[in-house]
Design a protein around this ligand. Structure first.
Ligand code: HEC
Length: 171
């Protein structure tokens, strides 16, 4: 459907790459610091020294209990680095990457109307939270040959927050 695409055709890969580079910098700038802030954009939860304690301590692969508001906020911010390439909601157009509606729990490369790489198609992956976390940590490591150009998210807590956000936002 025309009009649904957020980017005009002229807004090409270069512009997106530049945008992403800026975002990544902003996102990773504070990532190594275990200290108070979660980064320039991070909304460290409350005044607890040590910052978003919930997100930081929730570990990497633990089963999610309830959506933690701080993690959800963090996840939404982290997802900004995906929006250039992915839409979330049912019926939205594919971008550079496929629409991610209901991706969690689904087999990889199953969206109609999107041309996946053979690498992803033949991977046999089901997008459990754990597999998604591995993919987001380093797409090439899990799926060598994937066309998803993404540097990866280093911190397990960040991946968990992003996945928690995705679980809600892709329903
Ligand atoms: C530069 C563009 C780009 C960015 C940024 C990007 N992706 Fe992707 N993504 C792709 C492409 C292209 C594919 C298809 C890969 C293939 O076919 O090998 C893909 C595939 C995926 C898949 C598999 C979908 C399926 O149907 O099997 C998931 C899940 C995913 N991306 C999530 C994310 C998340 C979450 C982020 C942000 C952290 C992100 N991607 C960032 C381009 C991108």
């Amino acid at each position: 459907m025309p009009g649904k695409n957020r980017y005009p055709p002229e807004f090409g890969r270069t512009a997106r790459a530049a945008l992403l580079a800026g975002l990544m910098f902003a996102l990773t700038a504070g990532a190594d610091a275990p200290g108070p802030a979660t980064g320039p954009m991070g909304q460290a939860s409350g005044s607890i020294p040590g910052g978003s304690a919930n997100a930081a301590q929730s570990g990497s692969e633990q089963p999610r209990a309830e959506p933690d508001p701080a993690a959800m906020r963090r996840g939404r911010i982290l997802f900004l680095q995906c929006t250039a390439c992915h839409s979330l909601k049912q019926g939205e157009e594919h971008k550079v990457g496929p629409n991610l509606h209901r991706v969690i729990g689904a087999p990889a490369a199953h969206k109609p109307g999107y041309v996946y790489t053979d690498s992803l198609k033949e991977s046999g992956i089901v997008w459990s939270r754990q597999n998604l976390s591995r993919f987001l940590a380093d797409p090439y490591d899990l799926v060598p040959g994937t066309s998803m150009v993404f540097i990866g998210i280093q911190r397990g807590a960040d991946r968990a927050a992003l996945i928690a956000y995705l679980e809600q936002a892709t329903r």
